[in-house]
Write a protein that binds this ligand. Sequence first.
Ligand SMILES: *Cc1c(COP(=O)(O)O)cnc(C)c1O
Length: 362
Amino acid sequence: MSIAALARDEVRALPLYAPDMTPCAIDVSDNTNLWGAPPAALRVLADVPAESVARYPSLYSTPLRESILRYLGLGGAPGVGVVTGCGSDDVLDSTMRAFGRAGARLAYSAPTFSMIPVFARLNGMEPVSIPLTAAFDVDAERLVACDAAVTYLCTPNNPTATPLSRAAVEYVAAHARGVVVIDEAYAEFSPDTFQELAARHERVLVVRTFSKAFGLAGLRVGYGVAGRELAGLVERARGPYKVNSLAERAVLASLDEGDDALGWVRAHAALAVELRERLVVELRALGFEPLPSVANFVCVPTPRAQLLASRLRERGVLVRALSGLSSDVPALAASNGMALRIGVGPWAVMQQLLDTLDMVKG
Ligand SMILES: *Cc1c(COP(=O)(O)O)cnc(C)c1O
């Protein structure tokens, strides 16, 4: 028997994650913090004591969990717990491992974070997708009717950058019978956040990350906040030692109050929001129609996404070209399910992107 035949079907069938990573002078393709990382975190990394490398890190990131609760304003909330992970990817994957029995459903709205159906299949679950509505909201009743073991919501949603309505999120949180995951990877850029639902509903897990607004994507730290029982079960499925000690120290430093820590994060998130609005105006002037964004990136439906992305790449500008987006959503049907996704960063970078786009748009 071949080695491939010995492997689980789900693993053999899985394509590797292979976004375009061509090195480019300007890379706005992955929604990370284009200003860099908080100085307080960088200082900690530059001065690492030997014992924090030679010994294992904390089992389940206990000091970090307390700082995260304070950051979320849930410090004194009774019964609320945190589970950390090697990126929020790890928290999402572990949640499915904890609650997805073989063949159980994972319900989500399309288009959304591309890893979700991948993690579902790897965990033996059946991903079931329901299209977003014309207003880019989830169809809450249809999602709940899936009777899924895990229901995944993402707000602001990647890759559309659009928010979900409070009414829809609260409906799903109140009525879904299984666990409800609310992925808020871009919460720091959004006017509306949902972390308090984790304190109100025992089956809701709100998932966040240090990879986007916090500028620490290379360190791979994410977390989920939920009732203690739910957070504890995800943590069991996750296993010990997942957040390495350097990452934990740097993330802890970034959560301090102060201009070089949380102040840096907040100031750059506010700047990203301001420059996003300016970018939208300039993209419209070039004849594009970005979707309404509440994140640090914009999604621009266009049937010429692949062509434009490759012309931009030839001139040293990397954006993400998306295809196969749900054609049930009218704005995406009009572009044959294709779009460009562009991260927001310093204006000099945005200006170069705009100038190059103007040159190649034809
Ligand atoms: C980037 C992203 C993540 C992954 O974040 P990591 O913490 O780096 O694993 C999760 N969810 C969404 C929606 C994202 O865009």
